[in-house]
Design a protein around this ligand. Structure first.
Ligand code: AMP
Ligand code: ZN
Ligand code: FE
Ligand code: FE
Length: 283
């Protein structure tokens, strides 16, 4: 019963529509897939319709942009009430921060003598998509400035890069509380990927605020990091999850189902949300 709890569609920075994503997931033999676009629930409805058509269980999720100790941390939120206003308002604030960063990034790139406008970036993204650096990277690929997204991050867009511009993100402890208040299940995404700002003590503190799980099996984690995180999750009683963080063709080595979540761990997440397994699929 393969379960993949972290994927992105073109409603944020994935390359497949929610319908295509769900069909791909079913074709890969997954039984459960979570759609976790960055800072939006925009793809949920389309994905739910596709889930029914493809006979696969959809978990409605979000990957929230947060900040801890000045560093970027991603928080997965499963099954929150999207009409809970404090959470909806906070996501809207994060999206505004993403939009206001774009013109500044364009200025930085033009200072590097790259002829690029916001329209170039928007033209390459789906209508109304939550825009991020991957869309800027796509525009740079389109112009032949770089060969692929990864190169754009390494040369220009990553932290410390010449076109890096910080943006607003929710404080992590607050985000955990918001997700809980919205009836959702917070799971910290790839905590030991790009930085290791979250220590075992920090995770224990977040657990007091309502954190339920840790994404342990993720491509950004080396085997030793996975082992250590699994031990911490076990010690604290946090749920250990695994997922692909699929972005379609936008991210290499993140194939659907490349990491999966144990069915017993999935049951614990559902129990934390207070829903039965049958409740997650209905559109
Ligand atoms: P942003 O949302 O603008 O902060 O951009 C972060 C997104 O960029 C995340 O979804 C990452 O998956 C993606 N990302 C970060 N580094 C890379 C990379 N080296 N290659 C491709 N995508 C990346
Ligand atoms: Zn992404
Ligand atoms: Fe992430
Ligand atoms: Fe992600």
């Amino acid at each position: 019963m393969p379960i993949d709890l972290h994927t992105h569609s073109s409603r944020s920075d994935g390359t497949a529509t929610p319908t295509e994503l769900v069909a791909e997931a079913a074709a890969h033999g997954l039984d459960v897939v979570a759609l976790t676009d960055h800072d939006t629930v925009d793809g949920w409805q389309e994905a739910a319709t596709a889930a029914v058509a493809n006979g696969i269980t959809l978990v409605r999720g979000i990957e929230l942009s947060t900040r801890y100790d000045g560093r970027s941390v991603h928080l997965l939120a499963y099954l929150p009430d999207p009409t809970y206003q404090p959470l909806a308002a906070e996501m809207a604030r994060v999206r505004r921060g993403r939009d206001s960063r774009l013109p500044l990034m364009m200025e930085r790139l033009r200072e590097l003598d790259i002829d690029i406008t916001e329209d170039d970036v928007r033209d390459g993204a789906a209508e109304g998509a939550v825009l991020g650096r991957p869309h800027v990277a796509d525009a740079l690929v389109g112009k032949g400035v770089v060969g692929h997204r990864n190169e754009a991050f390494e040369k220009m867009l990553g932290p410390g890069g010449p076109a890096f511009v910080p943006r607003y993100a929710t404080s992590l402890p607050h985000a955990v509380e918001l997700v809980r208040a919205a009836g959702g299940v917070p799971v910290v995404a790839h905590p030991w990927g790009r930085n290791r700002v979250l220590t075992a003590a920090a995770l224990a503190d977040l657990q007091q605020r309502g954190l339920v799980g840790i994404e342990v099996d993720h491509q950004d984690h080396a085997p030793a990091a996975r082992e250590e995180l699994r031990r911490i999750a076990g010690d604290l009683g946090l749920v250990a999850t695994g997922s692909s963080d699929w972005h379609g063709t936008g991210k290499v080595d993140h194939e659907l189902g490349c990491n999966t979540t144990d069915p017993a761990a999935f049951e614990r997440l559902l129990a934390a949300a207070g829903v039965a397994a049958t409740a997650v699929v209905a559109p």
